[in-house]
Design a protein around this ligand. Sequence first.
Ligand code: FPP
Length: 255
Amino acid sequence: MLNFFRLKKENKAAGEDIHIDLDNIPQHIAIIMDGNGRWAKERMLPRTMGHKAGVEAIRGIVKECSSLGIKYLTLYAFSTENWKRSNEEVSALMNLLVQYLRNEFKELNENNVIINHIGDISKLPQVCQQELKNAYENTKNNTGLTLNLALNYGGRDEILRAVKNIYEDIKDGKIREENIDENTIASHLDTKGMPDPDIIIRPSGEQRLSNFLLWQCAYSEFWYSNIKWPDFKKEHLHKAIYDFQNRDRRFGGVK
Ligand code: FPP
């Protein structure tokens, strides 16, 4: 009830009266955190400053998702294609990741957050792999929000790895070929055991998936906005949730 009044007041201040149904909060929100570079360019700053500002936005959104009772938040932080960027930018992103994990660990843990990752992290610098593993090991028994950091993540790569693992399981006699179904594939993805995202949010005006959660997005609702990620505030999250709650989801059926 408290949350309801707080949300209503904030959104009224922004000129819009939004009523979020706290009994119908999405279970899983996924975000393509786009627009950091353009945000920095507009301010005549280096691109890396945009990513730094993007980390501030992460802080606010993780906190809000946690307090709204959302179970899973997946953030697209570094794609399998992002290695094409300059060495300087890649290093800056890796450093921001390490700093984020070190600086935020205590508070996230106190807030009952599980710090998880998806993607093939074996290609990340050792220090990143170690921090990610420590963060997960030390928070895996928490029961609140699962924060999935998608790192060296690509939907195609994830499906390819799943296919290879299924093939190994068949060879080892763990799976029989005739028993392979959609659940077999889902349970070999990095998101195994998690619900598919209810909403995929992409700020910055682009309207594409960019290799994000290709299997899992089958029935996700998309939500786009021109706002750039560093400017993305909890009010935008509330609006995305509100719009989601007012969409007609039929999952291929008829009402
Ligand atoms: C896309 O914007 C953003 C990224 C590729 C990186 C996102 C990373 C962070 C917000 C910070 C680091 C992550 C963690 C988990 C601490 P872009 O650079 O493509 O923006 P542009 O399209 O405007 O150039």
